[in-house]
Design a protein around this ligand. Structure first.
Ligand SMILES: CC(C)(COP(=O)(O)OP(=O)(O)OC[C@H]1O[C@@H](n2cnc3c(N)ncnc32)[C@H](O)[C@@H]1OP(=O)(O)O)[C@@H](O)C(=O)NCCC(=O)NCCS
Length: 355
């Protein structure tokens, strides 16, 4: 155990006041560098690093959520950061939080000081339910902490797991991070003739589909398995979809979307999205949803495989796709395993109720 240090903890502003397209301020640049260093240390790869330009639009306020950032400085160096995300969902008691400390500065009480500050900030916003999603070192064997869902576990010795347990958080769910190497595997598009038509687009949502995409994104907010975690519905409007599209453009990352239209009604009933960076770093499989009344037609697989082919066409240099799924989400894992995805790490979803 190191000697305790008293970091200087104060807010960091993401540069929205001077326009979302303005260059980020110096402190936000340091915060991004710190975020990347911690991520690379935990995941054992820098493939998940993001640039300031990619992160800024994703960490500034929208109509759907607000972001509060704090930094911890020791001797003028930024050594830790805290984040509080406040969903705007009606009546939400939830604050999503995160604390990162540079590996060289751990074990000196900096993480605990930052956590106390983000918990204080959440309480000041009237949020009594604290939720943390955090990657845990990929490892096998050793003492394990089992998910109460009955599916998946995380290493009990992981510093993040120890830290959260010590501060009163409960592990509620384990997510599997999986990767697909496209040079190895390129699944065939199943050819089926039925009442569904697939449509694909690159970038912004075509105006005729904005309302339907908003309905699907709203359904997605409560559709994924979430164990005993506190969940509220995020109601998307067509304007929120357009705002998301504009941010995506500013981030320099392109969204490839495939949707399923139910021909008899003309409505969209399924969607899948892949986010692609401008270079050869991994692409991210984002939301996939088929509305419950239209399940059982292999639409999940058809949507996702079609989008992999769109990915190949629009970003031929991309060789890896990453995806995050709840360990108990068997239908989605079955689709992914059939496509060739393999587990590479785990993420824990933790929750604490303030007293
Ligand atoms: C988890 C993490 C934030 C902890 O940061 P940290 O600065 O090492 O945190 P602390 O020093 O307050 O506590 C870590 C350990 O040091 C101990 N410690 C050492 N010196 C201490 C001191 N002076 N005061 C308080 N605790 C001290 C704590 O008791 C704790 O012990 P434990 O591992 O046996 O539980 C850090 O490991 C990290 O960034 N990990 C990656 C991201 C992550 O997992 N975040 C957690 C989810 S929000």
């Amino acid at each position: 155990m190191s000697a305790a240090v008293s970091p200087d903890i104060r807010p960091i502003t993401a540069d929205v006041a001077v326009g979302a397209d303005a260059p980020a301020n110096a402190e936000f640049r340091e915060l991004v560098a710190l975020r990347n260093a911690v991520e690379a240390d935990t995941m054992g790869t820098s493939a998940l690093n993001l640039s300031v330009e990619e992160l800024l639009p994703a960490l500034t306020d929208t109509a759907l959520r607000r972001y509060l950032h704090v930094g911890a400085w020791v001797g003028g160096e930024l050594v830790g950061r805290g984040l509080v995300i406040l969903p705007s969902d009606e009546g939400s008691a939830v604050a999503r939080t995160l604390v990162d400390v540079l590996p060289a500065h751990r074990g000196a009480g900096i993480g605990s000081a930052l956590l106390a500050e983000v918990e204080r900030m959440a309480a000041a916003e009237g949020r009594a339910v604290l939720q943390v999603d955090v990657a845990h070192r990929a490892s096998e064997g050793g003492e394990r902490l089992a998910s109460p869902t009955g599916f998946g576990d995380v290493p009990a010795a992981d510093p993040g797991a120890r830290f959260l347990l010590a501060h009163g958080y409960r592990l509620e769910q384990v997510l599997r991070v999986s990767r697909l190497d496209l040079d190895v595997t390129m699944p065939e598009i199943p050819s089926v003739e039925d009442e569904f038509a697939l449509h694909a687009w690159v970038g912004a949502t075509p105006p005729p589909w904005l309302e339907d995409v908003a309905v699907l994104k709203t359904a997605m907010s409560t559709a994924v398995p979430s164990g005993e975690l506190t969940v509220s519905e995020t109601v998307w409007t067509a304007g929120d979809v357009q705002d998301r599209d504009a941010r995506q453009r500013r981030r320099g990352r392109v969204l490839l979307t495939v949707v399923a239209e139910h021909r008899p009604s003309g409505r969209l009933v399924g969607i899948t999205e892949i986010e692609v960076p401008a270079d050869d770093r991994p692409a991210f499989q984002e939301d996939t949803l088929v509305l419950p009344e239209h399940r059982g037609h292999a639409l999940g697989l058809r949507l996702k495989v079609r989008n992999l082919h769109e990915l190949r066409r629009h970003a031929p240099g991309t060789s890896t796709v990453l995806t995050f799924n709840a360990e108990e989400n068997r239908p989605m894992l079955t689709v992914n395993e059939a496509m060739g995805f393999r587990a590479m790490a785990h993420e824990g979803s933790w929750e604490k109720h303030a007293r």
